[in-house]
Design a protein around this ligand. Structure first.
Ligand code: HEM
Length: 142
């Protein structure tokens, strides 16, 4: 069996590379992991846990959800290459940075940003709905 990094699993006796469509998701996810973990370490060191919800959302929406999307889109390239996947990508990746910054500012007193926070949360939720629709429509057994 070919064991190079690009041929990660076998299919019907042959070797086959994973689709590259998930790679951008996985690289962005690990950037969010670094930011989320950095915030966690800073909260622990300072004993100031105000940013706890920002930390949790960066880790769970940024790291966990995006890494899962990357893995799913790698294993099921029909879903990863669809128009819905492209829409999901932009909804998720435009909403989360805005949401994280707005949430951090709102919980530290800038309540004027509540509408921005709400709008970014709606866009993030739309991204999740598009993700769900994509999986229901485009995940097929091969
Ligand atoms: C080295 C890595 C990490 C450090 C140092 C860290 C640190 C922390 C700290 C100090 C808190 C606040 C605890 C408190 O208020 O008593 C917290 C809460 C939390 N963390 Fe992390 N964390 C890390 C990684 C992660 C990861 C990878 C995830 C998710 C994938 C995560 C999800 C959460 C959640 C859900 C909460 C609770 C938020 C809340 O109650 O509002 N953390 N973390």
């Amino acid at each position: 069996m070919n064991t190079t990094a690009s041929s990660l699993h076998t299919d019907h006796g042959g070797t086959r590379a994973f689709s590259p469509v998930g790679i951008i998701w996985l690289k962005l996810a690990v950037v969010y992991l670094i930011i989320g973990v950095g915030m966690g370490i800073m909260m622990g060191a300072s004993r100031d846990f105000t940013m706890r919800p920002v930390h949790a959302h960066i880790n769970l929406l940024g790291w966990a959800t995006m890494a899962l999307a990357g893995l799913i889109y790698s294993v099921f390239p029909e879903a990863g290459l669809s128009k819905l996947a492209r829409l999901h990508f932009w909804l998720a990746n435009l909403s989360l940075p805005v949401m994280a910054v707005a949430l951090g500012l709102v919980i530290t007193g800038t309540t004027a940003l509540v509408p921005v926070l709400a709008a970014s949360e709606i866009v993030a939720a739309l991204g999740i709905l598009v993700f769900a629709a994509n999986l229901f429509i485009n995940l097929k057994a091969r």
